[in-house]
Design a protein around this ligand. Structure first.
Ligand code: SAH
Length: 353
């Protein structure tokens, strides 16, 4: 039994079962044993890979989409170029390289990264050597200034709570103990004012998820964008509303039991983009599939340019990467993009207004 599992079992024995959110928070960010806090889980050798790790084209195109929006908004200077949960810093490094082509942009940009993991902050420092960037624990620390922001696979890692409907009441799904191991259970039925809106689109027995930290983060981003200008590109896997248990654990590029080996597997859940859209005081785009978004930003032309310098296995892997990012059977429709922008200005290129 791992140290974290023993500690969780002791806590449950003392205080009773804990919410799925409390479980996720401990597993991901416990300073001593947490999954993100203690390691770099990304890339082929890690547990999972992400779009910026698949191809440089992803960060380049997202960077240029923000650069284009910055031009259209009259080149505000200085402005905040921010990323939430930057992982290895690959996306930001690729975006900064691409933004060299936008005259004046990098001189006006101030890099700000929101990252909870000390291990990943160290990776980001290496990837972004030579660039002046600062790190923050939360979005509230971002400056009051025009904000151009990207978040890829950040919201899916934020803890969720799960509730199962019983009549007009809700039973919270909780992590407890059974046979000396961790086990899922249900709390007694109770009213949940936060879920009042979900009685209309669910039936008895349905499971719904909420992400308690997400609305405040979306509001903090949207307030800066509405007040000072800017745009946010939020990409993740998920959809609009929806129901069902989407909690998943991934370890060594395979699905695992979320209660097995706490702290050793990545835990995520689908992002409900409607929850983010409701919370922002800014305007927002419609949800746009990642494949469509990247095609509109010109990924095919960029892929062809890069392909000219490649041959053999490198060319093959480049072609595979393009397909992985965009094809409907791969990440093209599973991942979606939502953009925030000021009421007075059009959304960034590539998204459906
Ligand atoms: N965006 C990167 C990494 C995705 S993994 C990529 O696409 O490759 C999720 C990232 O969010 C990691 O950097 C993780 O450490 C960070 N993270 C998770 N929860 C966080 C929180 N509550 N606050 C800040 N960062 C968090």
């Amino acid at each position: 039994m791992s140290a974290l599992e023993a500690r969780l079992l002791a806590r449950i024995a003392a205080d009773g079962p804990i919410s799925v959110a409390a479980y996720m928070a401990e597993c991901l960010l416990d300073p001593e044993h947490g999954y993100y806090a203690t390691r770099d889980p990304l890339g082929r050798a890690g547990d999972f890979t992400t779009a910026p790790e698949i191809s440089q084209m992803f960060g380049e195109l997202l960077g240029l989409a923000l650069g284009q929006t910055w031009l259209e908004q009259g080149r505000p200077a200085p402005f905040t170029l921010a990323e939430l949960g930057p992982g290895r810093g690959t996306l930001m490094a690729d975006a900064l390289r691409a933004l060299r082509a936008v005259p004046g942009c990098l001189d006006a940009a101030r890099g700000h990264l929101v990252e909870a993991s000390p291990a990943l902050r160290a990776r980001q420092r290496d990837a972004l050597e030579g660039h002046a960037v600062s790190w923050h624990d939360t979005v509230d620390a971002l400056p009051d200034a025009p904000l151009f922001l990207v978040a890829n696979e950040f919201f899916d890692a934020l803890p969720i709570r799960q509730f199962q409907r019983e009549g007009d009441l809700w039973r919270e799904r909780r992590v407890g103990a059974r046979d000396e191991g961790l086990a899922m259970g249900l709390a007694g039925p109770a009213p949940q004012p936060a879920l009042a809106g979900r009685l209309a689109d669910t039936a008895d027995g349905d499971l719904v998820e909420i992400r308690p930290a997400a609305p405040a983060i979306a509001a903090a981003i949207g307030r800066r964008i509405q007040t000072f200008g800017g745009a946010a590109l939020i990409l993740d896997y998920g959809g609009w509303g929806g129901s069902g248990d989407t909690l998943q654990a991934v370890r060594g590029h395979s699905y695992a039991d979320p209660l097995q080996a706490p702290g050793e597997a990545d835990l995520t859940a689908h992002v409900d983009f409607a929850e983010l859209a409701r919370a922002t005081p800014s305007a927002r785009s419609r949800l746009t599939p990642q494949g469509v978004f990247l095609e509109r930003l010109g990924i095919t032309a960029r892929a062809q340019t890069l392909a000219r310098g490649l041959s053999g296995a490198a060319l093959e892997s480049h072609v595979t990467a393009h397909r992985r990012l965009t094809h409907p059977d791969e990440m093209g429709t599973l991942f979606q993009c939502l953009a925030f922008h000021p009421e007075e200005t059009p959304p960034p290129p590539g998204v459906d207004p």
